[in-house]
Write a protein that binds this ligand. Structure first.
Ligand SMILES: [Zn+2]
Length: 420
């Protein structure tokens, strides 16, 4: 039997692009909102797709309502690529804000519409489609593809990628491609880390009518500290010389995307958001307790000690007694080197398919990539998307993005798995 060539597989991906668009539409029509509900319907749909394609799969995880699907194609030896995606979507929210039914999956002349199109059912469909093409064509793979589809990403990922990585499913992989939404011309090679600081101020209660004369107001003490907290954002990441190029590109593209002058610097700096506050019991009581939670994101190279040192000096400077804090550590900033095979392969193919320069870049948010990078696996994100509608209303994706992503995935898998 003769095996198909890379060029024949590319052609197949082009010819069957209608099938890919249809798959995205079908996935959108299965609401898989998280945190509400169970992910069972979308999981069943994907399992049926894999079954029909003849791709062996297994369901795993530690929560039957939020399972993971793992599938494998190819031989045990050779280069091993993980393809990762999540099946859950954020809730549609206020329906009256949508111009269409969020779960319609309507295909217009240029777009596919609905919650999860960009984040990230189009990406998931692209991965499934690429595996199906390789399977049904009988392509000879020198290595293997491991599919990791998780159903709990939008709500913390407790049952998703981290679980898979901690239970041996990513062992000995050489590369990981996550089909999370990106611009067509940028490959995400690094994400920020993060931690939560829970600040606590203790005061002394008294009758509110004696406010300012008796007692010790915990809210006012907290306010003093919060006022100085923005100083945390002066802490800069520690980038290697080889990361300068991607850093400068990321700052520029972030500024364009966010549309706020100076916002690109969020890539280089710590960000700090005082997102929650509570304190006091009644207006007529001097509050003896106040608590505030700060979401801090760390650029590459900054560890939590730098945050602790500055926080301690801010608190000392405020000169108020009774301020303590807890740190809830999540992760460090994490990255993949630009010269990794997965980065260069996807860059080359994306540039060929799109006919434009594709730039490796860092992101201001965090993602599941950290779980794979923690295992030492070079990991990127590259997926079809219109980034504006993500986690908002009227989410959509361009058909051209979807179709091109499908081709880029097929070509990149061919290159990494020795299909010439
Ligand atoms: Zn996502």
């Amino acid at each position: 039997m003769t095996h198909p060539t890379r060029e024949q597989l590319h052609q197949m991906a082009q010819e069957k692009s209608g099938e890919l668009v249809q798959l995205v539409s079908e996935l959108i029509q299965i609401p898989s909102e998280n945190p509400t509900g169970s992910q069972r319907p979308v999981v069943d749909f994907v399992e049926n797709y894999l079954k029909a394609a003849g791709i062996p799969y297994e369901e795993t995880g530690n929560n039957p309502e939020f399972p993971c699907i793992v599938a494998k194609l190819g031989s045990d030896e050779g280069f091993s690529v993980i393809l990762n995606g999540h099946l859950d979507v954020v809730p549609a929210g206020d329906r009256s804000q949508w111009d269409f039914d969020p779960f319609c999956g309507t295909v217009t002349d240029k777009q596919i519409l609905g919650r999860g199109t960009s984040d990230m059912k189009a990406g998931v469909a692209g991965l499934l489609f690429a595996m199906k093409i390789l399977k049904e064509s009988g392509a000879e793979l020198r290595g293997n593809i491991r599919l990791h589809l998780v159903s709990d990403e939008e709500s913390g990922g407790e049952y998703g990628s981290t679980w898979l990585c901690e239970h041996g499913y990513a062992e000995k992989a050489d590369a990981c491609l996550i089909a999370e939404p990106t611009s067509s011309n940028d490959i995400e090679i690094g994400q920020k880390g993060g931690l939560h600081i829970v600040l606590k101020a203790a005061g002394k209660s008294a009758h509110g009518s004696l406010g300012g004369f008796k007692g010790d107001n915990a809210i006012l003490k907290m306010a003093k500290v919060l006022d100085k907290l923005p100083r945390l954002t002066t802490i800069e990441g520690h980038f290697k010389d080889s990361q300068r190029h991607a850093l400068e590109n990321s700052i520029r593209s972030t500024e364009e995307k966010v549309g706020e002058p100076g916002s690109g610097e969020v890539i280089r700096h710590v960000s700090a958001n005082v997102g929650l506050i509570s304190g006091g019991t009644r207006p007529n009581m001097v509050p003896d307790y106040c608590e505030a939670t700060v979401d801090v994101r760390l650029p590459i190279g900054v560890d939590h000690q730098e945050i602790v040192d500055m926080l301690d000096s801010i608190i000392a400077e405020c000169g108020v007694e009774g301020i303590t804090y807890d740190l809830h550590w999540k992760s460090e900033g994490n990255y993949t080197d630009e010269d990794a095979v997965i980065v260069q392969t996807v860059k080359k193919n994306a540039e060929a398919v799109w006919g434009l320069e594709v730039i490796p870049a860092y992101q201001w948010a965090s993602s599941d990539a950290r779980a794979y990078r923690a295992q030492g696996i070079p990991t990127i994100q590259y997926g079809p998307a219109n980034t504006e509608g993500i986690h908002s209303y009227n989410e959509n994706v361009d058909i051209e993005d979807v179709v091109n992503a499908g081709q880029i995935y097929v070509l990149s898998l061919c290159d990494m798995l020795g299909v010439e």
